[in-house]
Design a protein around this ligand. Structure first.
Ligand SMILES: [Zn+2]
Length: 239
């Protein structure tokens, strides 16, 4: 168990966080020292990104009068707690949204920082290549030769961009217990409908993950969410 604190907020990292993140980073196929180091870079990028995300929740909670905050990194991602706070619906919305919002703000800051050094056009082209697989047209070789000389910086940067964009987007899907599902839960009643929406969205995501993304992990994760939403749907009443 690792414990530290950041901005006065205690953070605890459970052992399973390292295991699951290493698996997501391709630990099972890592044979050479270079590929093992690449997995470590993925874990570090995920750690930084998840802490930024949870800080978004926790700091917003404190700002809205939420008392003591703490962050826990566990098997699938993180959790932020605010103890002693009472929030109305609008405050809860901002607290939930602040997680993905912090990730997107971090992404923009990263792009802005790189743009200052390498020029916005090339950095945006590079970002679009990493996020959407578009074919880049670079104006100069500065960014390219920098990344080519420092392959590990390239990998770390790639993971940071990818995680902060795609995990943020996925997290906003209307699926409980993701942030998007919790936002749905603020506005949709009866609660059974929240789980029905979660079931349909996660079943669709599971199917798309197999057919389109060809990502077994994403498919398994959303199949699990589909099952959980179905189960919860059965246990709450329509009214
Ligand atoms: Zn969150």
């Amino acid at each position: 168990m690792i414990r530290f604190s950041i901005f006065g907020i205690p953070v605890e990292i459970q052992p399973f966080f390292w295991v699951i993140t290493a698996l997501l980073g391709g630990a099972l196929n890592a044979r050479t020292p270079d590929s093992i180091f690449a997995v470590i870079l993925f874990i570090l990028a995920a750690l930084v990104s998840i802490v930024v995300h949870e800080l978004g929740h926790a700091l917003t909670g404190i700002k809205l009068g939420g008392g003591r905050a703490s962050i826990l990194l566990t098997s699938f991602g993180g959790l932020a707690y605010n103890q002693g706070g009472r929030f109305n619906r609008q405050q809860r919305f901002w607290m939930i949204f602040a997680g993905p919002g912090a990730g997107f703000a971090f992404l923009l800051a990263l792009i802005a920082g790189l743009s200052l050094v390498f020029g916005a056009a090339d950095v945006l082209n590079f970002t679009s290549l990493i996020l959407f697989g578009t074919r880049p047209e670079f104006h100069s070789f500065e960014l390219l030769s920098f990344l080519r000389e420092k392959p590990f910086v390239f990998l770390f940067l790639k993971h940071l961009l990818w995680i902060n964009f795609w995990w943020g987007m996925i997290n906003l899907l209307p699926v409980m217990p993701l942030d998007g599902g919790q936002i749905t839960d603020l506005f949709v009643r009866p609660q059974r409908r929240v789980y029905l929406i979660g079931l349909v969205a996660s079943a669709t995501m599971a199917a798309l993950s197999i057919l389109w993304l060809q990502s077994g992990y994403t498919a398994m994760l959303f199949a699990f969410f589909a099952w959980k939403n179905y189960e919860n749907m059965q246990s709450v009443r329509w009214q």
